[in-house]
Design a protein around this ligand. Sequence first.
Ligand code: UDP
Ligand code: MN
Length: 328
Amino acid sequence: MSFDQAFVTLATNDNYAKGAMVLARSLRNHHTTSKLVVLTGPQVSDPCQSVLKKLFDEVRVVDVLDSKDTAHLAMMKRPDLGVTFTKLHCWTLTHYSKCVFMDADTLVVSNIDDLFEREELSAAPDPGWPDCFNTGVFVFQPSMATYEKLMQYSAEHGSFDGGDQGVLNGFFSSWATTDISKHLPFIYNLSSIALYTYLPAFKQYGGNAKVVHFLGQMKPWSLTFDPKAQKVRGGSQDAVASHSSFLLDWWTLYSREVLPLLQEHYGDQPFHSGCVEEEECQEASAAASEASRLSSEERRERWERGQADYMGEDSFENIQKKLDAFLK
Ligand code: UDP
Ligand code: MN
């Protein structure tokens, strides 16, 4: 009997669940023949769980705290790695012969079933440190033995960046030097950050993208969409403009193919759709400019807590201005 291949993602809360839903639709729209699997946490609401069940072949609720396996032990040693342990759970999917993990903030823009011809661990370079692979998209082979080793490794060594990317780069440490066939082309995990770091290359090759990765603080679902005007709003004009065509793709798919399912399952219960009419948009941006009047002290604190105001005061443009001033 031959085992199936699967695309696997992770969503521990309703926001990331929206991302997972859009990802699933994008994979199906590009005619994948593989199974779709989502790992979720107990925090995902019932309506979202129901929609995930419609869009994925398998929805697996992973509660690391409740698990009876090595994950629990590892978790007690390293409570800081909560979501990471949930992600590593993908190695337990041993009823699949090979899998491709994809972050919930990725969007498929072309068929990528050829990835299943690759071996563990194949991934694309990280745009910030190209000797590390980015863990937004990677090919792996489910195996309980590997899973146990990974759990042990995380508990002992932790993660140099606090997340799964640090753990996995530590564990698969020969990736950078041993086998070039395990280096996926960057177009399989194109982060919009590349636009800032190497604009001419982005212009030259960006059109060949197969997977777009909305890496970083600004996620598509944290913005708002005006379906009538077909415009994404709420971010700094810079951020929104630079990601505009990919962001628009995400929101178009979300509003056409995911939102109706959410509406059906939420029924009369209110929920945050993210789509707004023009007037509401103006209210939202008024609130945003109110927020941007925070004192610099408060802003710094937020930044340090990882809640930077990327849309307003801490937008790329403003950071650039500060950097320029600093360099002068
Ligand atoms: N994730 C999640 N819940 C969280 C944070 C992350 O389910 O609270 C999952 C989700 O699949 C996400 C992935 O972990 O895409 C990695 O996190 P993220 O994409 O935010 O990191 P980045 O790619 O921006 O470094
Ligand atoms: Mn990501």
